[in-house]
Design a protein around this ligand. Structure first.
Ligand code: MN
Length: 282
């Protein structure tokens, strides 16, 4: 199932080129979409059949006429992998030759949840004299509280998947500083539940700036795949329903500038674009 947040915090299920509003069925509170989403995820197994039954009678909208919002509006945290594809490690000149992944050496980092934006929103560049890059990533949203979960059980805790851009200022500051500016975490276009994605560790992923293809990989090239990264994260911290975990970017990262349109596509998940401008006053 594809679960979308749209217009003014309405909740819907996407089927083909339409979105069906399921708010009335699940007592959705538009004034608190994050908590409502967490309730939906917690009760999803019970609600799933009711949602399927409700869909033919629900109010529907053409996708082309709605404004999609970030499908997870305000997680308690965003956990991110530093370098998790071998070819990206090489392009970043990371000096960890004895280990395949910097996850082994550096662990992982947090991005500020306030950096989240949605499809068709605008990334605001904070500097004219520093390079800011796109990073295409597959991310997932946690469905159940999780601590010390082995990789082979991770699937039971992951509610669904989404595409994520980890926008990053290059430089020597710590990663959370360089990656947490407001607007630096575009997510979308919706959440695709795990049952519909099937294997998240074997999906084509691409990112374009304008018409130029910048990044193209398959998630089978992840060093720590979604499940193993989940194990690594939960060995350190408790994950709560609604938290986002993003798995790192492949090779091909590059700069973005004012006027660019950046588009990400992941098979079985979908695609969305964002615009790029300088922040007012810089
Ligand atoms: Mn990244």
């Amino acid at each position: 199932m594809k679960i979308a947040l749209f217009n003014n915090n309405q909740i819907g299920v996407v089927q083909g080129d339409r979105v069906i509003d399921i708010g009335d069925l699940i007592s959705w509170d538009k004034s608190n979409p994050q908590t409502s989403l967490e309730n939906l995820m917690t009760n999803y197994e019970d609600l799933k059949a009711k949602i399927v039954e409700y869909i033919p009678s629900g109010t529907t909208y053409p996708l082309s006429e709605v404004k999609l919002q970030a499908p997870v509006p305000n997680p308690s945290k965003i956990v991110a992998a530093p370098i998790n594809y071998i070819l990206h490690r090489n392009e970043m000149n990371e000096q960890f030759h004895t280990s395949p992944s910097t996850v082994d050496k550096l662990g992982f980092f947090l991005k500020s949840p306030s950096s989240i934006i949605g499809p068709d929103d605008t990334v605001l560049l904070p500097f004219r004299d520093r390079r800011t890059d796109h990073e295409a990533e597959i991310a997932f949203v946690v469905g159940k509280q999780a601590k010390d979960v082995p990789a082979h059980e991770a699937k039971d805790y992951i509610f669904g998947y989404l595409a994520l851009m980890d926008i990053t200022v290059r430089g020597k500051e710590d990663r959370p500083w360089r990656k947490s500016f407001d607007t630096f975490t575009p997510i979308g276009p919706w959440i695709v539940t795990g049952d519909e994605v099937e294997n998240p560790n074997q999906l084509d992923m691409k990112l374009w700036v304008g018409e130029e293809l910048r990044q193209s990989t398959n998630t089978e090239n992840l060093i720590y795949d979604c499940y193993r990264f989940f194990e690594a994260v939960t060995s350190v911290m408790t994950l709560y329903p609604g938290d986002i975990v993003t798995t790192g970017t492949p090779e091909g990262v590059g700069p973005i500038t004012e006027g660019d349109t950046v588009r990400i596509h992941i098979d079985r998940i979908g695609e969305f674009s964002v615009n790029v401008q300088y922040k007012v006053g810089v």
